[in-house]
Design a protein around this ligand. Structure first.
Ligand code: SF4
Length: 190
């Protein structure tokens, strides 16, 4: 275990985390925070949480499980629900999860936080960095703006997920992204 500076890592799923946890653990004392009330339906949430417990255990990372108060998340997203992925819909989703994560880091006395979200090529890194910095400023924890997909991070996460036998979801998490994935599947003929 590294005994350097502590960091709270907002962890969206096990497949992104299986690369980010060991990568950060080389420099920091890592605490993972699973706060993802965006995930729909609940059985998918429980599946992702179960995999997160497994990967945190294998990486020797302490895991804090956030609550699953979906109404609280919907309140922030509702007005943007008709917008596509990579729009204000997702930026509001980043914002909500980062604000709660920054507050959790401050509450635990952890000076730094980040998110595994930047592993995904579907996420907008500039907005992750800006929204993370704003949330950090508001709650008193600095945001580590690292684009984890870089330096082959995305490829390593795909390989790591395969090695650990993790599920690679074909939708980001929310109801809208599930419907979008269903439409893509239907367009491909099933
Ligand atoms: S697609 Fe992903 S990031 Fe965008 S709103 Fe849905 S869960 Fe959040």
């Amino acid at each position: 275990m590294n005994h350097g500076r502590s960091i709270l890592v907002h962890a969206c799923c096990a497949s992104c985390s299986c690369y980010v946890f060991p990568h950060l653990a080389a420099t920091y004392d890592v605490t993972a925070y699973f706060y993802n009330p965006n995930i729909h339906p609940e059985r998918e949430y429980l599946l992702r949480l179960d995999e997160m417990r497994r990967i945190a255990g294998r990486c020797g990372v302490r895991l804090i499980e956030g609550d699953y108060r979906t109404l609280r998340w919907w309140k922030e997203i509702w007005r943007y629900r008709h917008l596509p992925e990579r729009s204000e819909r997702c930026f509001a989703c980043y914002r909500h999860r980062f604000e709660v994560s920054a507050r959790k880091a401050a509450e635990l006395g952890i000076p730094l936080f980040t998110s595994t979200l930047s592993v995904s090529p579907h996420k907008v890194f500039d907005r992750i960095a800006a929204i993370g910095a704003e949330a950090g400023l508001a709650y008193g924890a600095a945001f580590l703006a690292e684009d984890f997909k870089k330096r082959d991070g995305f490829r390593k996460s795909v390989e790591g997920a395969r090695e650990h036998g993790l599920t690679r979801q074909d939708y980001c998490g929310c109801l809208m992204s599930l419907e979008e994935a269903n439409l893509r599947r239907a367009a491909r003929g099933g």
